[in-house]
Design a protein around this ligand. Structure first.
Ligand SMILES: [Zn+2]
Length: 177
């Protein structure tokens, strides 16, 4: 009985040891630029005035030299691939204009439009792709308009998918459900 308990303890310790090793291997340390030692201590962290970066004063525990690192939010450049294959930069204003046009004389406020546009922008950025087909954006707009205003949704769809007759339109409605 005692032997079994002992074995269990050893197994549990081995288990924790491996878990710890795995976790440790996932942690990456900031290397010292002077001696390449694989760790550094943060002495001080300071957020920049515009709030877009953090400066950290670090010290190498091995050679004791100090250095500064700067963390920045990666600039996100998003390209939109148009139907004819041309690329253009993701443009919030352009999307906004399209939605505003579709919502003309509809009882929906501009704040809702801004919300939709902001929402779509974050959805596209979440994809973490550098290029997004214009159709993906169009469908994202349509999904939201459908919930807010049916007339605007139809207007946007008709401009967006350039359908010419009712048959085309019905096909699109079927496929975009
Ligand atoms: Zn060092």
């Amino acid at each position: 009985m005692l032997l079994v308990d002992g074995l269990q303890v050893v197994l549990i310790y081995t288990y924790y040891y491996y878990i710890w090793c795995i976790l440790f291997s996932l942690v990456k340390f900031m290397k010292c630029p002077f001696c390449q030692f694989n760790d550094s201590e943060v002495l001080e962290s300071r957020v920049s005035e515009d709030g877009n970066s953090i400066r950290r004063r670090r010290e190498c525990p091995k050679c004791k030299k100090r250095f500064t690192t700067q963390e920045k939010v990666k600039d996100s450049v998003l390209w939109v691939i148009k139907k004819d294959g041309r690329r253009e930069l993701f443009d919030k204003e352009k999307i906004k204009r399209g939605i505003v046009r579709a919502l003309e004389k509809r009882p929906v406020g501009l704040n809702v439009v801004d919300e939709i546009v902001g929402d779509i922008e974050s959805e596209m950025l979440r994809e973490e792709k550098e290029e997004i087909p214009t159709t993906v954006i169009g469908k994202a707009v349509l999904r939201r308009l459908k919930k807010i205003d049916r007339v605007a949704w139809l207007r946007f769809a008709s401009v967006y998918f350039e359908f010419e007759d009712l048959g085309d339109f019905e096909k699109i409605l079927e496929s975009k459900k």
